[in-house]
Design a protein around this ligand. Structure first.
Ligand code: ADP
Ligand code: MG
Ligand code: MG
Length: 507
C-alpha cells in the first residue's frame, strides 16, 4: 500500500533551550521512576545490581503515517501464520536452512542448530507445539511514482527469537504521553495531542502468549524458564514480563544462563519432563521445578555457544516436553535466507493460499549471492553492480552483522566463494528525509538531549502458539515498538548502541 505523502510536519517542533532542558529532566526522571532503564555499561554482572541508567530515549514521539501503522498491524496476523507454517514445514527448512542441502552447509552456526534439530527428530520429538514471540520490523520507503512522491511500508526483517524491547517500548510510549499531559510539549505542535498517540500494551500482549503456552502445557505448578545471557544489560525489558506473569497469571519464572543450566537442568527419562534444580530456593522446600515453557532471550548468536556443551544444553532443553519459544525450527524460520526465498516466485503459495497484495507490497527486492548448486557468479555480479543501493546480510541476529553500500565491493573481494551461499543481498529502503528528534543517552559522555536528523524503524509484535497433531495455529498481534537512529547510521539496534527508544505520533 502506497500513499502520497502530505507535507511532513516540522520535526522536532520548535522549543527553547529552557524548554528542552525541562523536557529532558522530566523524561529522564520519569524513565528512572518507571523502569524505562537498563544496567550501566560497567559492572554489568554484580550478584545484585545497585544502580541503573535510563534507557536511550527520544524526547519527542516521532511522526509516522497512520495508514502505514495500521497496515503493519493488520499484516502481523498474516505474518504470524506464515512463519508458524514455515516452522512446521520440515521439508522446506531442510531444503533452505539444512546442513545437507541448504545454508547450513556453508554457515556453521545454522548448520549446528539444524543438526541438533535433525538428531532430535531422529530420536523422536516429544513436544510438537511451538511458541513464537515475534517482531516484524519496517522502515518507510519514499519513492517517486510518476513524478509524485509516495511513501510505503517495507519490511526490514522478521524476528522469531529473542524479539526484545516490547516492555520498554510500552514504557517509552507512556513517558511521551506523560510529557504531553504535563507540559503539552509547550504547544509546540498541533500533532501532539492524545488522539495521535496510539495505545501500547505490549507487556500484557507478549505475556498472554507465554501464559497460553503454559496453560497448553497443562501443569499449573510448573514454572517458565527464561534462558538469558550472562551480563545482560537489557534485563529490565525482560523483568517486566516476569512481573506481569506472576502478578496477572500467578506463573513463576526462573532465569538461567546456558552455563547455569548445564548444571541445573535435567530431563526425566520416560516422561521427558524438564526440571531445573534450585535447592534451597523454592517456596515449598522442594529441590526442583518442572518447566512448562522455555523462553529464549539468549541463543540467537554463536557467541552464546562458546563450547560444545552450550549446544548440548540447548539440545537437552529441546529434547523435553516443555514448549520452546522458539523451537529450533522456528528459530531457523526467522533466518534472512528464508525471508529471501519467500520472495521467490511460487514459494509463498506453499504457506498462504491467498497471499494478499499488501503483504507482497512490503517486500524489497532480495536475492542470494549464490544459489545452492546454481550459477556462482550471477548474484555476486548483480551485488557488485548495484552495491550503492544494497545491504548484504548473513544468517545472524542482534545487529552489527550486515555490510552496506560502499563496503560491499571490497567485502565481496575477500568473501570466499564457499561462503557466498550464506549471504543474501537486499535493496536498501530509502527512508524519508527531513525529520529530526532529540536523542537522550545516559552514560555515553554526551549527557543531555542531542538534536539529530533521524530515521525510525517500526516493529510490530505478535505471538503464535502452534503445532500439535492437528497443526493448529492460535495467534495475535499485540503491540509495537519504534526505534529511532541518527540518519547516518546504517544499523538500527538499541542494545547495539545505534538507536534510541521512541514512540509514535500518528500523522
Ligand atoms: P538484525 O537481525 O541484526 O537486526 P536487520 O536485518 O534488522 O538485522 O538489519 C539491521 C539494521 O540494518 C536494521 O535495523 C536497519 O536499520 C538496517 N537495514 C537492514 N535492512 C535494510 C534495508 N533493506 N534498507 C535499509 N536499512 C536496512
Ligand atoms: Mg533487526
Ligand atoms: Mg533480527
Amino acid at each position: 500500500m502506497t500513499s502520497s505523502s502530505s507535507p511532513p510536519p516540522q520535526w522536532p517542533p520548535e522549543i527553547s533551550d529552557q524548554q528542552r532542558e525541562q523536557l529532558t529532566l522530566l523524561a529522564t526522571t520519569y524513565a528512572l521512576s518507571h523502569g524505562l532503564i537498563c544496567l550501566p555499561p560497567a559492572n554489568v554482572q554484580p550478584p545484585a545490581p545497585t544502580s541503573a541508567i535510563h534507557a536511550p530515549l527520544a524526547l519527542f514521539p516521532s511522526p509516522f503515517p497512520r495508514k502505514q501503522f495500521e497496515l503493519a498491524k493488520r499484516l502481523q496476523r498474516e505474518y504470524n501464520v506464515l512463519y508458524a507454517r514455515v516452522a512446521m514445514d520440515e521439508e522446506f527448512l531442510d531444503r533452505v536452512m539444512g546442513a545437507e542441502r541448504g545454508v547450513g552447509r556453508v554457515d556453521e552456526f545454522t548448520g549446528h542448530l539444524w543438526r541438533i534439530w535433525k538428531s532430535l527428530r531422529d530420536q523422536g520429538i516429544h513436544q510438537s507445539r511451538h511458541l513464537g514471540l515475534f517482531r516484524s520490523d519496517y522502515l518507510l520507503h519514499s519513492a517517486d511514482t510518476d513524478g509524485a512522491p509516495t511513501v510505503s511500508l517495507k519490511q526490514v526483517e522478521f524476528n522469531t527469537i529473542s524479539s526484545s524491547f516490547g516492555a520498554l517500548s510500552q514504557n517509552v510510549a507512556q513517558m511521551h504521553r506523560y510529557l504531553a499531559a504535563t507540559t503539552e510539549y509547550f504547544n509546540s505542535s498541533p500533532y501532539l495531542k492524545p488522539d495521535n498517540l496510539p495505545p501500547n500494551e505490549t507487556i500484557a500482549g507478549l505475556v498472554e502468549g507465554l501464559a497460553s503456552a503454559h496453560r497448553t502445557y497443562g501443569a499449573t505448578s510448573a514454572w517458565i524458564l527464561f534462558v538469558v545471557q550472562p551480563g545482560e544489560r537489557n534485563v529490565f525489558d525482560q523483568r517486566w514480563l516476569e512481573y506481569e506473569l506472576i502478578e496477572k497469571h500467578s506463573i513463576h519464572v526462573i532465569r538461567q544462563t546456558f552455563d547455569e543450566l548445564a548444571v541445573s537442568a535435567q530431563v526425566l527419562t520416560g516422561s521427558r519432563v524438564l526440571q531445573v534444580r534450585l535447592p534451597g530456593l523454592l517456596p515449598d522446600g522442594s529441590e526442583s521445578v518442572e518447566i512448562s515453557t522455555v523462553y529464549f532471550r539468549a541463543g540467537y548468536t554463536p557467541n552464546d555457544y562458546p563450547t560444545p556443551r552450550h549446544y548440548s544444553t540447548r539440545q537437552l532443553l529441546e529434547s523435553s516436553v516443555a514448549i520452546q519459544c522458539p523451537s529450533i525450527p522456528l528459530q531457523l524460520a526467522g533466518g534472512k535466507k528464508v525471508q529471501q526465498v519467500l520472495t521467490q516466485l511460487g514459494e509463498m503459495e506453499r504457506f498462504l493460499h491467498d497471499v494478499s497484495p499488501d503483504l507482497r507490497s512490503t517486500w524489497m527486492n532480495m536475492w542470494a549471492l549464490k544459489e545452492p548448486g546454481g550459477d556462482h557468479t550471477e548474484g555476486v555480479i548483480r551485488a557488485r553492480q548495484g552495491a550503492l543501493n544494497l545491504v548484504l546480510k548473513p544468517q545472524r541476529e542482534g545487529g552489527g552483522n550486515n555490510v552496506y553500500k560502499e563496503d560491499i565491493t571490497s567485502f565481496l573481494d575477500t568473501l570466499p566463494e564457499s561462503e557466498q551461499e550464506a549471504w543474501i543481498a537486499m535493496e536498501l529502503i530509502k527512508t524519508p528525509e527531513g525529520l529530526g528528534n532529540y536523542l537522550v543517552r545516559a552514560g555515553s559522555g554526551t549527557e543531555g538531549a542531542v538534536k539529530a536528523e533521524v530515521v525510525s524503524e517500526l516493529g510490530i509484535f505478535g505471538w503464535a502458539l502452534f503445532g500439535g497433531p492437528e497443526k493448529s495455529i492460535e495467534e495475535k498481534e499485540v503491540g509495537w515498538l519504534l526505534r529511532t537512529k541518527g540518519k547516518d547510521s546504517n544499523e538500527g539496534g538499541v542494545a547495539a548502541g545505534f538507536s534510541v527508544l521512541d514512540s509514535l505520533v500518528l500523522v
